[in-house]
Design a protein around this ligand. Structure first.
Ligand SMILES: [Zn+2]
Ligand SMILES: [Zn+2]
Length: 348
């Protein structure tokens, strides 16, 4: 079968590999029907993910059909349509028992798929801990509706949860890329009074505005986000801030636009160290929460998709056949032509 393979720093190649087989009783084999490309795939290619193993098949955002399960898999059987979680996890270690599955201590736990073990930009994939890592796709829900469940929507849902958002709050989301959009969609579930979306890319702001995501859209090169937010909060600042952008100055923006006692959620992955200027923020009594997603809410997310309360399908702006995946990578990386997310279809 064909598989997008991390060969060496800077090099991905589509290679022929043997089809995977069940090696642990808790494994499932999935025939991939639709996959996506994530910015983290580019981070792997460019050598920014030290744990990524050379030779691994990349891809951690995909849906498919179960073709085989190990003897220990209880919740799934061949023929089930499933979304695959970015994180596979054992379910019983210290961290899993607390829902912190990103730090599952099993060797196949946390973000393993498409990083440390073969992932889903391939025709078939072995998924460990299938009972925890798979989410059934209900009838009537398309691959594209379900595609972002395990990674981007999990991230947005988790981030919104960390923000302690109450009804009537004003939430700032820094970054209007795919993760920022999913975060804003999930913040909306908590009934804030307003979501302010901040990005310096006018086309991404326009994407959010035209799809009704957020209530105010701010380009910091044109107006001061702090001023816009003060105008919405009787001068206080944002009740919760989601820093999703990971830009040169967006961490500083995040704490500056927060009101005293706000929660600042740092979802972004930075490519250089950041400064926490405690002396400047003394007395502001902020709470910072950071991290990589604990993707343990896929069932809830799929229910919200089924009932129409979450719809991330507008993010899928481009579609390619698997045989065209190199073109898909080029366009995804260029951000051109309004690219947000791509669906790679395997059945065409
Ligand atoms: Zn990802
Ligand atoms: Zn675990």
């Amino acid at each position: 079968m064909k598989a997008v393979t991390y060969v060496d720093k800077g090099v991905f190649e589509v290679r022929d590999k043997p089809e995977p087989s069940v090696s642990e009783p808790t494994d499932a084999i999935i025939r991939v029907t639709t996959a996506s490309i994530c910015t983290s795939d580019l981070h792997i290619r460019d050598g920014f993910v030290p744990r990524a193993v050379k030779g691994v098949t990349v891809g951690h955002e995909f849906v498919g059909v179960v073709v085989e399960v190990g003897s220990g898999v209880e919740r799934f059987s061949p023929g089930d349509r499933v979304a695959v979680n970015v994180e596979t996890f054992c379910g019983h270690c210290f961290y899993c028992r607390r829902g912190w599955v990103n730090n599952c201590t099993d060797r196949n736990g946390g973000w393993a798929l498409g990083c440390r073990i073969d992932g889903g930009q391939a025709e078939m994939v072995r998924v460990p801990f299938a009972d925890n890592a798979l989410t059934r796709i209900p009838d009537g829900i398309s691959d594209e509706q379900a595609l972002l469940t395990g990674d981007l929507l999990s991230t947005g849902y988790w981030a919104a949860g960390l923000g302690d958002i109450s009804e009537g709050d004003v939430v700032a989301v820094i970054g209007a890329g795919p993760t920022g959009i999913c975060t804003a969609i999930c913040c909306r579930l908590r009934s804030p009074a307003a979501i302010v979306i901040i990005d310096n890319d006018p086309s991404r702001l326009e994407f959010a505005r035209s799809h009704g995501i957020g209530d105010a859209w701010v380009d910091p090169s044109e107006c001061d986000p702090a001023e816009v937010i003060r105008g919405l909060t009787e001068g206080r600042g944002a009740d919760a801030v989601m820093e999703v952008a990971g830009g040169d100055d967006t961490f500083q923006m995040a704490w500056r636009i927060a009101r005293p006692n706000a929660v600042v959620v740092v979802v972004a992955m930075y490519d250089r160290p950041q400064t926490l200027p405690l002396s400047d923020m003394y007395g502001k009594n902020l709470v910072f929460k950071t991290g990589g997603v604990d993707a343990s809410s896929c069932g809830e997310i799929m229910d919200l998709i089924s009932t129409g309360r979450i719809d991330a399908t507008p993010l899928i702006t481009h579609r390619f056949r698997f045989s065209e995946i190199e073109d898909a990578y080029r366009l995804f990386e260029s951000h051109s032509d309004g690219m947000m997310k791509v669906a790679i279809r395997f059945n065409e």
